[in-house]
Each structure stands twice: as structure tokens, then as C-alpha cells.
Design a protein around this ligand. Structure first.
Ligand SMILES: [Ca+2]
Ligand SMILES: [Ca+2]
Ligand SMILES: [Ca+2]
Length: 271
């Protein structure tokens, strides 16, 4: 009996950490649109903005575009903006500063596409959603931690995906997924052309797990922080849209998680 239980638990543990990957890249938004839409459809309806769990089978999105000028370049974005100001359950960490790019109509005349860091960026990056992009500052690596929207309660999501612009070199940019024990459960590389011959490309990478097991993701943007000249071995990369599953509270244990999966499977079967 006991053996059967642990065997079942082990099988379920393997099941919850299994994942489906979605990835695409190309010269413009049309190259990744169908993959992004497929990821959205797999995650369910858009829960928009608001506290708590709106629909556990839905998704959240951040496209950066409605961030006010006062929280966009040349100003930093507060790390908890998307849990405090605009409640979507995502808090940034792992870097000291974060920045949303300026739009083409702002009081300080800051150029779009992060060109204030390096004028060449006007021809390096492009957008999936008009007009704002996102990046960590002084570091090409940062984390996204998940909270039950609008609260201080750590939570889990079942999926996370993001748009990247100007990925030149392969097997550098990545999304690494961590569970509630802070264990790395998966790494997905975000690829592009594979050399420096192109600019303004868009890439999408996302992974959907069988259950909500993702507590944090670590995002690696190329190999150089914002400000470096793109090329000659320095791959500068920034983000556009984030798409992720609704954040739900952490279960007390893996047994509870496995139980939750069983309930979920039964619920799906009965639909
Ligand atoms: Ca955008
Ligand atoms: Ca480039
Ligand atoms: Ca680049």
C-alpha cells in the first residue's frame, strides 16, 4: 500500500514537472504571432488587471505599453509595479534596477527603444506590442517572482513565456524555471538568427507545465547589459510581452500538489 502510494506520488511528481515548449523567431511580429496566440490559447482567457485569483484557468499579460511616463525611461520602474500599482502578481528581483522604454510622446523627449542608453538601439530593437519594451539595468540577468496578485503571498504559475528582441547568438538568452523549493526545474533557451547579421528580430519562448509549479523564473538577456554596443561578441537583448498563467497560492507540500493535479485531471475529464 505504502509502496503503491510512493510510486504514484513519484509518477505524479514527474507528471507535474513535464512541460510543453512554445518557441518561434523571425524578422518581425508576424513571424511569432501564431506561436504567441497558441500559447495564449493554451493558457486560457486573459484575466486582465486586478487582485486575487480571477480565473485559475486563465492568464495574465504584461505588454508594458500602458506604464505611465513617470515610471518609464529615464525613470526606473519600481520592482513591485505589477503587483502594487497594476495588480498582476509579478515582482522583479535579481537585479538592482528595472526600466520600461519611453514612448514617442513623453515630457522629457527620451527616445523610444532604449536609444538613450545607446543611439544604435533605434536600429537594434523592435517591438511586438507598441511601443514600450522592458529590461533590467546594469545586469543582463533578472528574476520574476510570482505572488497571488496584489498580495504578499508567494504563489505559483503553470506557465510563463516572453517576447525577446534582437537575440543574435543562440544558447545564451534563456528562461530558467524554479519551483517553490527554489529548485531549477527547466531551462529554455531563446534563439534567433545565430549570428550578428540581423537587427530588430523578435523571438518568443514559453513553457507550460502540467500543474502550477513555477515560483520564479530567471531571465537571461544575451550576454551584455543595456548600454553596450550590440555586435562583436556582445549580444544585447531586451524583452517585450510577458504571458503567464494565473498565480495561485503555494500548496503546503508536494503531496498537496499531486492531490491538486488529480482533482484537476478529474475536473478536466468531467468537462
Ligand atoms: Ca510593448
Ligand atoms: Ca543585433
Ligand atoms: Ca542583440
Amino acid at each position: 500500500m505504502k509502496t503503491t502510494f510512493f510510486f504514484t506520488l513519484a509518477a505524479l511528481t514527474t507528471t507535474v514537472f513535464s512541460q510543453t515548449e512554445f518557441s518561434a523567431f523571425g524578422a518581425d511580429s508576424s513571424a511569432i504571432q501564431s506561436t504567441v496566440d497558441g500559447f495564449r490559447a493554451a493558457l486560457g482567457p486573459n484575466n486582465g488587471v486586478g487582485p486575487g485569483i480571477i480565473n485559475p484557468d486563465g492568464r495574465r499579460e504584461i505588454n508594458w505599453d500602458a506604464v505611465p511616463d513617470s515610471f518609464s525611461s529615464p525613470n526606473d520602474l519600481p520592482a513591485n509595479f505589477f503587483n502594487n500599482n497594476s495588480k498582476r502578481g509579478a515582482v522583479f528581483s535579481g537585479a538592482q534596477r528595472f526600466r520600461v522604454s519611453a514612448d514617442n510622446d513623453n515630457p522629457t523627449n527620451t527616445p523610444p527603444l532604449f536609444a538613450e542608453f545607446n543611439p544604435d538601439y533605434a536600429n537594434t530593437f523592435s517591438v511586438f506590442s507598441q511601443q514600450r519594451l522592458f529590461s533590467s539595468v546594469d545586469s543582463n540577468v533578472y528574476d520574476v517572482e510570482f505572488f497571488v496578485s496584489g498580495s504578499n503571498t508567494r504563489g505559483l504559475t503553470r506557465a510563463f513565456g516572453a517576447v525577446f528582441t534582437d537575440v543574435d547568438l543562440n544558447n545564451l538568452s534563456s528562461i530558467e524555471f524554479f519551483d517553490q523549493s527554489d529548485r531549477s526545474i527547466h531551462t529554455m533557451f531563446v534563439n534567433g538568427q545565430g549570428d550578428f547579421t540581423t537587427n530588430r528580430s523578435l523571438s518568443f519562448a514559453g513553457a507550460m507545465f502540467a500543474a502550477p509549479v513555477i515560483s520564479r523564473v530567471r531571465i537571461t538577456l544575451g550576454n551584455s547589459a543595456l548600454g553596450s554596443l550590440d555586435g562583436d561578441g556582445h549580444d544585447v537583448v531586451v524583452n517585450d510581452d510577458f504571458i503567464y498563467g494565473e498565480v495561485v497560492p503555494e500548496p503546503a507540500s508536494m503531496v498537496a500538489l499531486a492531490g491538486g493535479l488529480l482533482v484537476n485531471l478529474r475536473r478536466r475529464k468531467s468537462k
